[in-house]
Ligand binder design. Structure first.
Ligand SMILES: [Zn+2]
Length: 200
């Protein structure tokens, strides 16, 4: 059922053969979705649109929370914007942003369910930070990183780059080895100290 003129916070769930494939927040978005599907598939077979009152608004933006985990109170868009993972590190982010040696500290979504903390220092150096892991069965006595943020209290793994440009160039070629200096494992206060040292 489509109700004209109703915008967020209520939602339109687009289904394909009964499975949720998209969430739209206005009639215009629904029409746009249909137009694109028609362009791609040549028809709208199997597609239905369901109107829902928003009984579970996102605590950040008011959109519809589609997570099946009842404890999640933010929407898919906010998830991809890093809201959930940022929240866990609210105190650290605030401390980082308060440092004169730090220009910006933000969570970047790096694809899929992957995030990293990017800290731009006052001298333009960049720290890209993710979780530090150790596993004696995998690499004895070595720390390595994963493409996600640590849970609160777990250690950080930081790569230090000359600049954002150096980071982007290495990401393109995949040649990290000499382009960045690794620091791990770091507690929250170690990370703050690293910023103080390297940001001047
Ligand atoms: Zn949201």
């Amino acid at each position: 059922m489509i109700i004209e003129g109703i915008d967020a916070p209520s939602v339109f769930l687009i289904k394909w053969r009964g499975v949720d494939v998209a969430t739209c927040y206005s009639v215009r978005e629904v029409e746009e979705y249909k137009r694109r599907s028609l362009e791609t598939n040549g028809n709208l077979d199997g597609i239905t649109v369901e109107y829902r009152e928003n009984t579970r608004p996102c605590s950040e933006c008011g959109a519809f929370v589609t997570s099946t985990n009842p404890e999640v109170d933010f929407c898919r868009n906010c998830f991809y914007a890093g809201v959930g993972v940022s929240r866990e590190h609210d105190a650290l982010l605030a401390s980082l942003r308060a440092l004169p040696e730090v220009d910006a500290a933000e969570v970047w979504h790096t694809g899929g369910g992957c995030f990293m903390l990017a800290i731009t220092l006052a001298n333009a150096r960049l720290l890209t930070c993710t979780v530090a892991l150790s596993d004696p069965d995998y690499r004895e006595g070595e720390w390595f990183c994963d493409a996600s943020l640590p849970d609160h209290g777990e250690p950080w793994y930081a790569f230090e780059w000359e600049s954002l440009e150096a980071h982007d160039a290495a990401t393109e070629t995949g040649e990290y080895e000499d382009a960045a200096v690794a620091h791990a494992p770091l507690s929250d206060s170690d990370l703050l100290n690293l910023c103080r040292e390297r940001g001047v």
